[in-house]
Write a protein that binds this ligand. Structure first.
Ligand code: ATP
Length: 306
């Protein structure tokens, strides 16, 4: 029996370790029910990031065959630049970030980082090179310090505090009764959407990856929080290749290039001012967003005056 027990026990240990490693990434995309389907190819090599140029080359993708989501998407995010992906709801923006993480594989075309096809490299090295600030950050039921440190376990106390300061959350954490040792989650403090997102930004600053994916919040944050978060995001993206998945268009004004996705193809591309001049889909989305924001701000002001 002992002979049987030891290997079983070992397998249990390995299973738990693997499970822990994937838990974070899965939680980011809220796909806890789904086992990862994509495996490393035999002989897969680790990614060697030089400058961090990301390219999508004629990428076609469908979750289910009868419904194509991306129908030949090509763009380049040059090293250190910020590219924003915008478009109507359901256009396939977040799908682009899922493909870059290789949660799914394109049916045709390819995605490269510094010329290396991401289908040919190890997933571990791919995910170590990409920092993700998701829409809805899942926090661990632990202290807020633990949740920031998650970005890099060997970070010093000072590095954790500096990352939190850059993410504009250090002051808030210090104002809590137990500071960085305050519990969050079910048994502790409940953080707002904006606070959680800043914790995710602090984590990412600590991780310091060469490539960043920022999945902007879908839901409206109040204007002050949004400004703080934008400032924090701008700092973290400086000098890194950044892909902003913009559901609300608020972080795109300064992007080096904006890609407007519509019905699975790139409908327009250019800078904010070029696209406004074009007076096409982007300009329409932008004007609609601005009207909604103005109405929201008016409501906030009226509430503040009451
Ligand atoms: P939003 O701005 O509303 O978040 P989006 O442009 O990011 O939208 P995606 O999340 O990329 O949109 O989804 C694109 C389309 O793919 C949507 O119609 C969505 O319903 C569909 N889709 C997303 N995930 C899956 C999945 N796992 N299986 C099947 N269809 C999916």
């Amino acid at each position: 029996l002992i002979q049987l027990y030891q290997p079983l026990n070992f397998m249990g240990m390995v299973y738990r370790e693997i499970k822990q490693a994937v838990i974070d990434i899965e939680a980011l995309f809220d796909i806890l029910d789904r086992e990862p389907e994509i495996a490393d190819r035999p002989g897969a090599q680790p990614l060697a990031v030089a400058a961090g140029t990301v390219r999508f080359e004629n990428v076609q993708f469908a979750y289910v065959p009868e419904r194509p989501i991306l129908r030949g998407v090509s763009f380049e995010a040059p090293a250190g630049k910020t590219i924003a992906i915008v478009g109507p709801s359901g256009a396939g923006k977040s799908t682009i970030s899922r493909l870059l993480f290789r949660f799914y594989e394109p049916q045709s075309g390819r995605i490269t980082i510094d010329g290396q096809d991401i289908a040919e490299i190890t997933q571990k090295s791919l995910r170590a090179s990409i920092g993700m600030v998701p829409q809805d950050t899942v926090l661990f039921n632990d202290t807020i310090g633990y949740n920031v440190r998650y970005g890099r376990w060997d970070a010093t106390e000072e590095e954790v505090h500096n990352a939190a300061a850059l993410a504009q959350i250090d002051g808030f954490i210090r104002s809590l009764p137990e500071g960085y040792d305050t519990s969050v989650g079910e048994r502790g403090l409940k953080l707002s959407g904006g606070e959680k997102q800043r914790v995710a930004i602090a984590r990412t600053i600590l991780k310091g990856p060469p490539i960043l994916v920022l999945d902007e919040a879908t839901s409206a944050l109040d204007s002050f929080t949004e400004k703080d978060i934008q400032d924090a995001l701008e700092r973290v993206s400086r000098g890194r290749t950044t892909l902003v998945i913009a559901h609300r268009l608020s972080t795109v004004i300064n992007a080096d290039e904006i890609i407007v996705l519509d019905k699975g193809v790139i409908a327009e591309r250019g800078t904010h001012s070029e696209l406004l001049d074009k007076d096409g889909l982007y300009a329409a989305l932008w004007n609609r967003q601005r009207e909604a924001d103005e109405a929201r701000e008016k409501l906030e002001r009226t509430r503040a005056e009451e």
